[in-house]
Design a protein around this ligand. Structure first.
Ligand code: PLP
Length: 523
């Protein structure tokens, strides 16, 4: 199908696109809540940060200008108002992940990263522990490795390929898994390995519910496999011993598919609210199992987490509750008061409708990009992701990550794509998106490539987008609940007019622009 126009698009995606059964259509949402985009900007970096609605902000403004919120640690009536709103907000976060308050607590943090750091800092590491993580992980998860290694624990990166059967009925718990383990060099070989049996050690497995590089979704069955049937992943490796805890990085995945903790009882889930509804920034949550919270070892004490301490002797009595033990200082209570306006909005559309809406746009763009050809028949686009061959799969989130090629197969640098996009009013993201494992895996960069690129001076944010003929990163577009067909269409039109090279395309404006950019080498 050509999708030349919106009618063709609706033929395929009409049931999923635009909230057909919702309280407002997508066009009404854009016209009433995102008036600031009417100048023609095309915002396609929702995996970086999604946009807040103007009505959501009005509701927050009204809330903060009518209520008086005092410091939750004071004893005033206004402090009670704050405590009530914070309690409700915790419940709303737990509800979002279908987490029973009997089993889970919600700890507010300054973001997903701060939640991950808290886990790394307090996890009961020992020399028999193991930190295992999927290759596709955010740097903020990889950073936990520093705590593991410095306690003498082992670390492994793991590549898990689910083998999908051909009728497309994958994702049953019986889906077979191909696993390869990449051990990371230990810092200190365990000295007392024989003394402490591995059976008592605590180990941690971390994976993202959706990869922020490729949009690939990881099955949450991994939680149950690690709890009940680890041999499927670890076989008879000695690390399969001991107690394994599972951490789901849901910072990206929770936007369209929050983990259902009643079915997949992960020990830790982290998220950031600006990824879900744009505002507030600087607020996230760690959802943690109650029984696991008891095992964590917190070192720091502070205002907020201390019941009593004495200034000049080594004495401290900590507070008992999970939230009271882990939330140092005064919580960001005005931000916490703001989140229910965000959740109200998401719940009114429903997260499943948001998932269908955004996924339909991603599938459309993938199909269109894969269909584009240069005049010589060469394809213009390479899309990254586990399932890039199955373009219509719903196993990917609303992200499309790719690089563009010239007719001779050489690559257009991602910085060049980014600069031209910005001249067309299109905001997207390029590079490795803080996900070096996914980047190396999809771009086929060996350790040698990576190290020599770094040695050559390449760092995350620079203009070295192609080194020795290979891309060092990619272009990512990502959709949010308020993205439209028109946004996607403008993006496709931009790629066509700027990068598809036709033989008679010589004196065209795009080429003039392109030739003013030093990185560009027209083929
Ligand atoms: C954004 C993101 C993070 C980091 O979140 P912060 O809000 O920056 O702390 C971690 N993991 C994934 C998968 C993300 O998308």
């Amino acid at each position: 199908m050509d999708y030349g126009d919106k009618e063709d698009f609706f033929m395929e995606f009409g049931a999923d696109y635009g909230y057909p059964n919702g309280p407002k259509s997508i066009d009404e949402i854009r016209a009433t809540e995102f008036k600031r985009l009417e100048n023609g900007s095309v915002y396609l970096d929702h995996a970086g940060a999604t946009l807040y609605s103007e009505l959501q902000m009005e509701a927050i403004f009204k809330d903060l200008t009518t209520n008086v919120y005092g410091n939750p640690h004071s004893q005033s009536d206004f402090s009670t108002t704050t405590c009530d709103i914070v309690r409700e907000a915790r419940q709303q976060v737990l509800d979002y992940c279908n987490a029973s308050p009997e089993d889970y607590k919600c700890i507010f943090t300054s973001g997903a990263t701060a939640a991950l750091k808290l886990i790394g800092e307090t996890f009961p590491w020992s020399q028999q522990s193991c930190f295992m993580y999927t290759m596709e992980n955010h740097n903020s998860v990889l950073g936990i490795r520093e705590y593991a290694l410095s306690h003498g624990a082992a670390a492994f990166a793991i590549d898990i390929e689910e083998t999908v059967d051909h009728d497309g009925l994958s994702r049953s718990p019986e889906t077979s898994m191909n696993v390869s383990l990449h051990p990371v060099q230990r810092r200190n070989e365990p000295e007392f390995a024989e003394i402490e049996p591995a059976g008592n050690a605590y180990s941690l497995f971390a994976f993202p519910s959706e990869c922020n590089f490729s949009g690939s979704r990881f099955t949450l069955d991994l939680v149950n496999v690690m709890k009940k049937n680890r041999a499927r992943i670890l076989e008879n490796s000695p690390s399969s011993q001991g107690h394994w805890m599972v951490l789901v990085d849901a910072a990206k995945g929770s936007v369209t598919q929050p983990p259902d903790l009643s079915k997949y009882p992960a020990d830790f889930v982290v998220m950031s609210f600006y990824k879900i509804f744009g505002y507030p920034t600087g607020l996230g949550a760690l959802i943690i199992r109650n029984d696991v919270a008891k095992l964590l070892k917190k070192t720091y004490f502070s205002g907020g987490t201390v019941a009593a301490s004495i200034a000049d002797i080594d004495f401290v009595k900590r507070r008992q509750g999970v939230e009271e033990l882990f939330e140092d200082g005064t919580a960001s209570f005005l931000s916490i008061a703001s989140i229910h306006h965000g959740f109200n909005l998401i719940n009114s559309l429903t997260v499943s409708a948001i998932c269908r809406h955004t996924t339909s746009l991603a599938i459309y763009v993938r199909k269109m990009l894969l269909g584009l050809r240069h005049d010589n028949g060469a394809s213009i686009c390479k899309i990254y992701g586990r399932l890039s061959s199955k373009v219509s799969s719903h196993e990917s989130g609303p992200i499309v990550t790719f690089n563009l090629k010239r007719p001779d197969g050489s690559w257009f640098g991602y910085r060049e794509v980014e600069k031209l996009a910005s001249l067309s009013g299109i905001q997207l993201r390029t590079g490795c998106f803080c996900n070096p494992g996914a980047c190396a895996k999809y771009l086929g960069l060996s350790h040698l490539d990576l190290l020599s690129n770094i040695e050559g001076g390449h760092v995350c944010w620079d203009d070295n987008d192609i080194i020795r003929g290979k891309p060092t990163g990619a272009v990512r577009i990502s959709f949010g609940y308020m993205s439209t067909y028109e946004d996607a269409k403008k993006f496709i039109d931009f790629v066509k007019s700027s990068f598809v090279l036709l033989p008679n395309k010589t004196a065209n404006g795009n080429l003039l622009i392109a030739s003013s950019i030093p990185l560009s080498k027209e083929g």
